[in-house]
Design a protein around this ligand. Structure first.
Ligand SMILES: Nc1ncnc2c1ncn2[C@@H]1O[C@H](COP(=O)(O)OP(=O)(O)OP(=O)(O)O)[C@@H](O)[C@H]1O
Ligand SMILES: [Mg+2]
Length: 433
């Protein structure tokens, strides 16, 4: 019987894995959802939030407020941290904390239903269907009945997303006014945003109720601060002797270059540790961090492409197909337009775009660094854009194949570029010679 030496043997793989050195002691300590016991370099912000919320310990309603800062600056972690401490210190009047991520629970209706269902601890409001004022009335009744004379904090994380939604500002306004209609319970709203121009996103009345003119600002971490954060997390996550200060500092320095984002720093360290473990290394080394950085960059490109609007993905697919099937062809925007139109014909309900829109998408893909578009003067024919892909065909194919309707197109050989075909009035015919 023939055996293929290159075949992956899962039994051997697991046995080999178990024999290798162990790096992770508590992997979840590097997860984003993990709330650490300490938050280095956030004393000022913790103090401000603790001062603002302390009156909840004696059943008084704190003023609503807004936390603002760039991504990965510890806003969510700090609010969660203070909420745990406050709850631990409360005696008779335990405050309630309802946490809503407006990116996940994204419509005004669902937010109300989520708040209601979390307090009632049972799914009672259906996911759609009830008029808003009916849910509001039910919510007011529930707050008075269940929370009684304690305080209920409503944390609206990524609050700016809600303001974009239909009825979003209206519901925010209603939520900031809940106390006017409650008999026993008091509520306090905490908004969190990472949009630099968050003021633009919120209705001025909502902004003023949230004290938006002086929000609690979270600044990006510098390399030393990130190193302190990583050191504490690494001590919990890894076995002793598996990591050295140099590696922690290296991860911190790389993340500091990229906006001082603690989430990125933690991801980098975790990925480096995974690579070290995969390679049976007893320690995490700087070269594992370098590899981790490359892998994370690839993940980011993938996330970015999959997050593009469908038509932008289709434009990219058109460029991919031309590059794959006609590697020597010099691609100009007209080719992309032709192939994109062909692809639209193959997809139900997808309309063709104008050359102008295709050109806009080409500009956007260029700005994002996915393609390169050089302007070239072609004499009598004027100036034209020469388009090339900035990434390998294999990588792009792997990413595009994750989008179901595009996966089916990846082996399509564009007709409009085949030499034995001719295009007349937008339709492609085979040349008869
Ligand atoms: N000072 C800190 N000490 C320890 N860990 C921290 C600190 N600041 C942030 N982190 C960790 O970094 C990660 C990102 O933090 P967090 O989720 O709070 O950021 P954020 O400001 O809410 O970002 P975003 O705006 O993207 O939601 C989390 O894993 C968090 O535990
Ligand atoms: Mg957050």
């Amino acid at each position: 019987m023939l055996t293929n030496k290159d075949e992956f043997n899962i039994e051997d793989f697991y046995a080999h894995y178990l024999k290798g050195p162990k790096i992770f002691q508590k992997r979840e300590a590097l997860e984003t959802s993990y709330v650490p016991e300490e938050l280095p370099h956030r004393d000022k912000e913790i103090k401000k939030i603790a001062e603002l919320t302390a009156c909840a310990l004696i059943g008084d309603a704190p003023s609503s407020f807004l936390c603002y800062g760039m991504t990965g600056t510890g806003k969510t972690a700090t609010v969660r941290y203070v909420s745990q401490k406050l709850t631990r210190h409360a005696r008779a009047k335990k405050p309630w904390w309802i946490y809503v991520n407006c990116n996940v629970v994204s419509t005004p209706y669902r937010i109300l239903a989520h708040i209601y269902n979390t307090i009632s601890n049972r799914e009672r409001i259906p996911p759609t269907g009830l008029p808003k004022d009916v849910i509001f009335k039910q919510l007011l009744g529930l707050l008075d009945q269940k929370v009684g004379d304690s305080v209920c904090f409503l944390v609206l994380d990524e609050i700016d997303i809600l303001s974009d939604k239909k009825g979003g500002n209206e519901i925010l306004y209603d939520l900031t006014r809940l106390n006017e209609n409650l008999d026993y319970c008091k509520t306090s709203l905490i908004g969190i945003s990472n949009k630099l121009n968050f003021k633009k996103y919120l209705d001025p009345r909502v902004l003023s109720s949230l004290g938006g003119e002086c929000p609690i600002v979270f600044h990006p971490y510098n390399a030393n601060e990130l190193a302190d954060i990583l050191k504490k997390r690494a001590a919990i996550a890894f076995y002793p002797g598996t990591h050295e200060e140099g590696v922690i500092r290296y991860c911190a320095a790389l993340a500091a270059e990229e906006n001082g984002d603690a989430r990125k720093a933690l991801q980098l360290l975790k990925k480096a540790a995974e690579i070290a473990q995969r390679k049976h290394s007893k320690k995490i080394l700087e070269r594992h961090v370098d590899e981790a950085r490359l892998e994370l960059e690839k993940d980011q490109v993938e996330e970015f492409i999959l997050g593009l609007p469908f038509q932008a993905k289709l434009v990219l697919t058109a460029i991919y197909l031309i590059s794959k099937y006609f590697p020597n062809h010099v691609i100009i925007s007209g080719d992309v337009y032709d192939v994109h139109s062909e692809l639209c014909n193959l997809l139900p309900k997808k309309r063709k775009l104008t050359e102008r829109r295709i050109s806009d998408y080409i500009n956007e893909l260029t700005l994002a660094g996915l393609i390169c578009a050089r302007i070239k003067s072609r004499g009598y024919y004027g100036r034209t854009k020469i388009i090339t892909l900035s990434m390998g065909l294999d990588m792009l194919e792997r990413i595009l194949s994750k989008e179901e309707s595009i996966a089916e197109l990846l082996n399509y050989r564009p007709l409009s570029l085949q030499k034995d075909k001719v295009k007349i009035n937008g339709a492609v015919f085979k040349k008869l010679y």
